[in-house]
Design a protein around this ligand. Sequence first.
Ligand code: ZN
Length: 191
Amino acid sequence: MDLVLSGRSVKLLKLCESLGFRTLDQLEPFAVADGPCPAICMTEECDKTCKTDKHEANGYCDACGGKTVVSAVVLAGLCEARKERNAVRIRELNDAFRTTLRGGSVMMTPGVAELPDCVKADVVSKVVSFGDFTEDNDPHGEHDFGSFDVVGRKFFWKIDYYDRTLTGGADDPADPDKTSRVLTIMLAGEY
Ligand SMILES: [Zn+2]
């Protein structure tokens, strides 16, 4: 936790105190659950607490009349923290699959499948060893896409997430028990 007492952290501490919570970890369940979440008014010297939706960032305060009520989840950045943790988990799962070609299905588009075996082998080894992730090709830090050249042609690989039956998208790509990963290798022109 940030030790500089900004307005946000002061309010967050007040809210935790009013709930009898000693640590921010006790707020975590509200980030997961739907339903009412503790909230506090951000106005100086108002400190009115109430319950709101967990995503509330500018709710109406019936004590001071401001649109100043912020939920504990927003105040503590819990959803962002969860998203970040999920992205790390997804990246680990994607890397584990791509670098071993185990734990999912590997597909080649027709354009790749019909290349000579030695070129295909080179392409697959480039996919497995790929490490050139940038802000541009990996904005979410999930390592789910890459591109490279072999014999003067541009190739893409990407990882998609499906449910276990491969009939729909995955609900939670961070949960390997509920997700089938598919790695597709293609020529850039086939994207
Ligand atoms: Zn208020």
